[in-house]
Each structure stands twice: as C-alpha cells, then as structure tokens.
Write a new protein. Structure first.
Length: 329
C-alpha cells in the first residue's frame, strides 16, 4: 500500500480489508470490499456498473495491479451487490467470479436479472442508477457449495449459504479478521444512525425471496462463529455485534408482525410502506438518534418502500393454500 492518503471513498480497516463506498444512492449507503493477502486480492460485492472506477482506484491505492485480483465475489446477484461484476471482470484478466450456484446463470446471462429489475424500477431509474449489465463468460465462473473454502494467498475464505434475504445468497467468513461479509443477511446499519458507538440495524426484506424463518436461522449461523466483525454492504464494519444481533432479531419479528397486521388492508403496499417507516423511525429514535423527523424519514423512506414491496410478495406466497397431500396407495 502506498503512503498517500486513500481516496475519499476508501477506508482502510486493517487486516488487509478496505471498505469502498460505491456511490450508489447516497454516501455511505452501499459498500464493496477489497481483501488483500500476500499481494493477492479479492473484491466482495461490486456495487453497480458505475462503481467500477472506484473499485479499480482502491486497488491502485493498495499498490496492486488488476492482474493481482483472483476473485470477484458477489454475496448475491441483486444489482446493488453484483450489477458491476461483469464490467469489473473485463478489467481483471486473472479473476474468477465466485457466486452462489443459484445466481451463476444470472451472471453468465444477465437478461432475466435486468428484466426483473426493470419491472420494479423502470427504464429511467435503471439507466440512472445501475448502468449496463455485462455477462461474465461461463468459463470464468465458479460456484460455491455450502462450507466451501477458497484460499486468497494464504488466507482462507469460507462460504456459508444463507437464505432468508435471497435463495442465491452466501456469506463469506474471513478467518484472518474473524469477520463475516454478510451482504444483506445481517441487515443494514447506516453510519448516519450510530449514536455513542451503538449501531442501529434493520432487516432487509426486498423482493422477491424474503423468508423470516430462514433469515433467523442464517443470523444464528453467523453468530455461532463468535465473529469479532461484521462487514455490511449497507454499510461498513460493525463490532457491537451482540447489540446488533438482538436488535436485528427484534426488528425482524416486528417487521413480520407489521406485515401480518396489514395482510388484508386496502392499498396494502402503501399501508405497509407507511407502517414500516414508522417502525424504523421509532427504532432509530429509541437508539438515541435525534435528527429531525423529516431528515430521518428522507433517509429511511426508500428502504421502507422497497422492503414493503418484498413483504407484499412474501404475504402473497404464505397466503396461498397448499395443495392437498397425496394419499398413500
């Protein structure tokens, strides 16, 4: 690493780990991670296509060439985590993309991924926020099995399949730092809401595969490793893990209660959005956040809307009658 000051969007955290603010949505909202060991490097999550110059600048700050990158590892294939993977891979000639097996086809041919996001956001927002998706050649894609370990230099990175937010989600255990890179499995804790060292964390229930039972199980699995650090895509490194775990589980249960309470109301999406925003604001204030309510609502409103959309999908799924069991002959 050079002696120069890092770019404003790069934070060196020690243990060869760098947080990169991808610039998505607002400052300190969406992180990609650069992990370095023995002159070899991996990116964990990439942000959108617009983040690629920042990732390459972080690599340069670390004193490494693009040929030093062995792996690009999306935690899952939602576009704020993997939208830039294809363009980044074009700049990293030796890198392999390491992805959950359920997400591999979307990285090789992102047309369905694009179409699904387009249906949610519309063309103008897709062009503005996400940029162009590029395919990754199939021969450069590796998939993980649960508990697989890959070596980065001499540094073990172990993968845990963690459904709950998405079926195509895995988290990455870094033995060196005793930390998990958790994507969206361990929720979102934005620095704006940290008070006296206490983080404020909420679960992510975005469309279309939210499963609260699986999410509880995934959280417990991460905690079983007694991590010293959690590296969140949204946003940054948290170390008050016991506090965050208790808060995250409580907020997850409260989110489910809100969803079930609004199962049959008119204009369910709007009602759920309002109810979630009220829940999030109350939680932030209970954590000691004192910013004006209008500012708090502005920071939390988009996530309330997107999480509400995911809850609508979940409610529709759990409300469907199950087919009758087949009788034994």
């Amino acid at each position: 690493m050079t002696d120069a000051q890092p770019p404003s969007f790069v934070e060196a955290l020690g243990d060869g780990i760098f947080a990169i603010d991808t610039g998505f949505h607002r400052d300190r909202y969406d992180a990609a991670w650069l992990v370095v060991d023995g002159g070899r490097a991996a990116f964990i999550d990439t942000g959108t296509a617009f983040a690629v110059p920042r990732l390459l600048a972080a690599l340069e700050f670390a004193g490494l060439e693009p040929t030093a990158v062995d792996y690009v590892i999306p935690t899952h294939v939602h576009l704020d985590h993997a939208g830039g993977a294809g363009q980044l891979m074009q700049r990293l000639p030796r890198a392999r993309l390491v992805v959950h097996p359920r997400g591999a086809r979307h990285m090789i041919d992102p047309s369905d991924l694009w179409a699904g996001a387009l249906a949610v956001y519309g063309q103008a927002q897709m062009d503005k926020a996400y940029g162009r998706l590029e395919p990754v050649p199939a021969e450069r894609v590796l998939t993980t099995a649960d508990a697989d370990t890959f070596l980065l230099g001499q540094r073990p990175l172990t993968f845990a399949h963690t459904p709950g937010h998405a079926m195509h989600h895995h988290c990455i255990w870094d033995e060196r730092s005793a930390g998990w890179f958790t994507g969206d499995t361990f929720g979102m804790a934005f620095p704006d809401f940290r008070v006296d060292g206490r983080s404020y964390i909420i679960p992510t229930t975005t469309p279309v595969q939210f499963d609260p039972v699986a999410m509880h199980g995934a959280i417990d699995r991460l905690l079983a490793s007694a991590p010293r650090a959690i590296y969140l895509t949204h946003y940054g490194c948290i170390r008050d893990i016991a506090h965050c775990a208790a808060q995250l589980k409580a907020m997850l249960d409260a989110t489910v209660e809100v969803a079930l309470a609004h199962r049959d109301v008119p204009d369910r999406l709007a009602a759920l959005t309002d109810a979630l925003l009220a829940l999030y604001m109350a939680g932030a204030q209970a954590n000691g956040v004192t910013m004006p309510e209008a500012r708090l609502a502005a920071l939390l409103g988009d996530d309330a809307a997107l999480n509400a959309a995911g809850l609508v999908v979940w409610l529709d799924r759990v409300s469907r009658p199950r087919p009758p069991a087949k009788r034994a002959v």
